[in-house]
Design a protein around this ligand. Sequence first.
Ligand code: GLN
Length: 205
Amino acid sequence: MASQAPSRRARVGVLAVQGAVQAHLRAIREVGAEPVEVRLPRDLAGLDALILPGGESTTMRKLIDAYGLREPMLALASAGAPLLGTCAGMILLAERIAEGDSPVLPLLDVEVRRNAYGRQLDSFEAEVSMPAIGVEPLHGIFIRAPVVSRVGPRAEVLAVDADGQPIAVRQGKVLATAFHPELTEDRRLHRLLIEMVGTAVGHRA
Ligand code: GLN
């Protein structure tokens, strides 16, 4: 009988310095992976993937630096671990943040504009078509979401809103959404993240 590598549950970290951490931990558990709360650099050891949740990106950026997480998170990404950023997490991954803020983990060739959907649209829900995860649209929950104001050539748009603005992007193994997939029961994005563990960069279409 051919020997098979013992299958190990993927260990997926969720940056847990601030923000909507619990729903991501639950989603990770539901797709059969092991969730790990990341507060200190040592929590990143041995992770297969990392999620940057929604929250308040200004607070998150301060705490990331206060706890010395920036360099080890970048090292995890360059070692090939897939990353998923949702809402504020997408802001943390952008190479450019409109109006002043410096980037935090510049891994996505996009420009984002914080809170740019306007006051009437502070929070809204919309059906999102994303062929990369299947034909069924997913339910997008947007909470003071960033607008992706520019997409550079290295990033790929996975979904757009009703006005054609990008709301989900991917670059290699870095995925980001302007909305909150963890707040619905749809686990396709978390599953996609797990599927990217162990694949070559750029391997998946
Ligand atoms: N508006 C928040 C920010 O700019 C993001 C909102 C969210 O993550 N739900 O940081």
